[in-house]
Design a protein around this ligand. Structure first.
Ligand SMILES: Nc1nc2c(ncn2[C@@H]2O[C@H](COP(=O)(O)OP(=O)(O)OP(=O)(O)O)[C@@H](O)[C@H]2O)c(=O)[nH]1
Ligand SMILES: [Zn+2]
Length: 211
């Protein structure tokens, strides 16, 4: 049976895409595509070691790209108001993530550091990490991922300000192409009270451990 999936526009809000509906290939079709790729690289998909590889590959893709089936707004819906009036910065440092760049579908791996000034209650700490993961588990550029995380937190939580820094190594730069290993790509965004306040930005950087 054909499955129709709705493309989540929040995966590319910056580019202003409209919602489209398209037919999702069946698992069988996806496995056949992997078989074709194995043949294309020059191996034999019928040899013993590769016989179950298309099925494993598709199963792994389901996990690696699970972000398409998740709603990033969901984890942020519940806030806790009883924090004795705590209004200072809440910061999560070193949130590890695995993603894949949309140009080569090769992994980029790194850490996100995120801070916000609560306006009306705080959100469960794990929920911010969930939002990061949902976007990481989709195809995109690091810049897009940074913008998407900021946008969903801003819209859902309406904090007084958000700071986000993502640092990652892109395998498309290290294992192929220009072949530069160990290069960190760093993206940052500051909103609200962070935006024009260098002292707040400095404090964020200090807490994150950037000199
Ligand atoms: N800005 C940005 N660029 C990215 C990201 N991931 C990969 N890239 C870059 O995307 C570019 C794609 O360049 P193209 O010239 O279209 O493709 P290519 O011939 O494979 O390029 P090379 O990687 O230089 O071999 C490369 O410079 C990559 O390093 C990302 O998250 N953000
Ligand atoms: Zn790439």
């Amino acid at each position: 049976m054909d499955t129709i999936i709705k493309t989540d526009t929040s995966s590319r809000p910056a580019q202003g895409q409209t919602v489209t509906e398209r037919k999702r290939p069946s698992r069988q079709e996806a496995e056949a595509a992997v078989r074709t790729l194995i043949e294309w690289i020059g191996d034999n998909p019928d040899r013993e070691g590769l016989l179950d590889t298309p099925a494993r590959f598709v199963k792994a893709y389901e996990e690696v790209y699970r972000g398409y089936r998740e709603d990033p707004v969901e984890p942020l819906k519940r806030t806790f108001k009883e924090v004795n009036g705590y209004k200072d910065m809440v910061l999560l440092r070193d949130v590890e993530f695995f993603s894949a760049c949309e140009h080569h579908m090769v992994p980029f791996v790194g850490k996100a550091h995120i801070a916000y000034y609560p306006s009306d209650g705080v959100v469960g700490l794990s929920k911010l990490a969930r939002v990061i993961d949902t976007y990481a588990r989709r195809l995109q550029t690091q810049e897009t991922m940074t913008a998407q995380i900021i946008e969903v937190i801003e819209k859902t939580l309406n904090p007084r300000g958000i700071a986000l820094m993502i640092e990652a190594e892109h395998m498309c730069m290290s294992m192929r192409g220009v072949q530069k290993k160990g290069v960190s790509t760093v993206t940052t965004t500051f909103t609200g009270v962070f935006e024009d306040d260098m002292a707040k930005q400095d404090r964020f950087m200090t807490l994150v451990g950037v000199r």
